[in-house]
Design a protein around this ligand. Sequence first.
Ligand SMILES: O=C([O-])CC(=O)C(=O)O
Ligand SMILES: [Mg+2]
Length: 480
Amino acid sequence: MHNIRQYQVPLQKYMAMMDLQEMNERLFYKLLIENVEELLPVVYTPTVGEACQKYGSIFRRPQGLFISLKEKGKILEVLKNWPERNIQVIVVTDGERILGLGDLGCQGMGIPVGKLSLYTALGGVRPSACLPVTIDVGTNNEKLLKDEFYIGLRQKRATGQEYAELLHEFMSAVKQIYGEKVLVQFEDFANHNAFDLLAKYGTTHLVFNDDIQGTASVVLAGLIAAQKLVGGTLADHRFLFLGAGEAGTGIAELIALEMSKQTNVPVDDARKNIWLVDSKPWAHEHEPIRDLVDAVKAIKPTVLIGTSGVGKTFTKEVVEAMASLNEKPIILALSNPTSQSECTAEEAYTWSQGRAIFASGSPFRPVEYEGKVFVPGQANNAYIFPGFGLGLIMSGAIRVHDDMLLAASEALAAQVTQENFNKGLLYPPFANIRKISAHIAADVAAKAYELGLATRLPQPDDLVKYAESCMYSPAYRNYR
Ligand SMILES: O=C([O-])CC(=O)C(=O)O
Ligand SMILES: [Mg+2]
């Protein structure tokens, strides 16, 4: 750590950590686990975003498997080149929508690599069981196409049938070589492909989309926890979203599902409390409203959620309108990385005179406002997906079910202590993340057994203990 801390520039810390991962995997994970709050923003959001933008010029060795259009018809063979056979989790991207940064083509590889290192560090999945994959169908990023250091195919993105066939070959090959229980996590695909792939493979494969389902689960956990701060239940709230993409609609659907379970109302009725700016699938009867401030004034939401990928859209006017409507406005600025955040923590607290309950997608430092210190929560997907994946793996689940997402949200919300609430936190500190992941894994596994989707039988008596016993630990031995 002393060595890593010599670097002032986050990207240099990132490169030093990637070198360490390559050179001494055990030490990499030991550092990451023991210094998780300090290193998470280095190996993951926000620094990983910058790393992807500059991936070609900081390239050292391939850290994952690239599968390009040129490998069409040979994907099974390509997979066989990977040195490990016993794969449990694949994180795959096509690089079209990396965080809120757009199309980075092949340079998106930093995301599967980073997410899988969190599967290991936070969820205890063995490093050798993790496979990062980037599907290279080209890029529409003109700057990258002209960049001498670009590492991918220099062509416009393949779409339509050509795209679908490559993805289908990949999904079939993966099941053929690694079996039915391999978890495939889709990450940072563009909206249309993300929804299509999840719908298409959800019934035949064990698939999970972190941007839709993981984000939904982590945000729902924060909202369940927030009820302890503001009182009442989810059904007492009105939600307004800016951005109806993967995250926005994913969160909205999961909130509606949870509300409908809590209050026994049909999901369609629960949806009436949720509004998305510019959304077709969620359209309500209402005259058109042009901008967000007017939407806030007209809808009078108690919760404002930013999932647009566009920074600085929660302006002073917007936050002030939320604060004038609510004693404790809940404001979630979820777009990543920090540059795309809808507002900063400081803006949320200052413009609401210290009344906002705020969380963001990317980390912000504590803020002092009128002598009081506010610690912003981070609605970080890393709270959920590592434990969620571990729960699927340890129960031998063969499909993902929405009720498992609800179980994960409730498990995470239950880990927020009174002491955390006293500081205004909606999420527990990351320092305890392995314990949190074990609890999430246990509850997800329990749900898999309950739904008849688990294949590891008999069901262990104590699922938390069992989860802990499954977790990889980078322990050093004492030699005499
Ligand atoms: O990476 C994160 O922290 C959340 C995420 O998946 C994204 O923004 O695409
Ligand atoms: Mg993502």
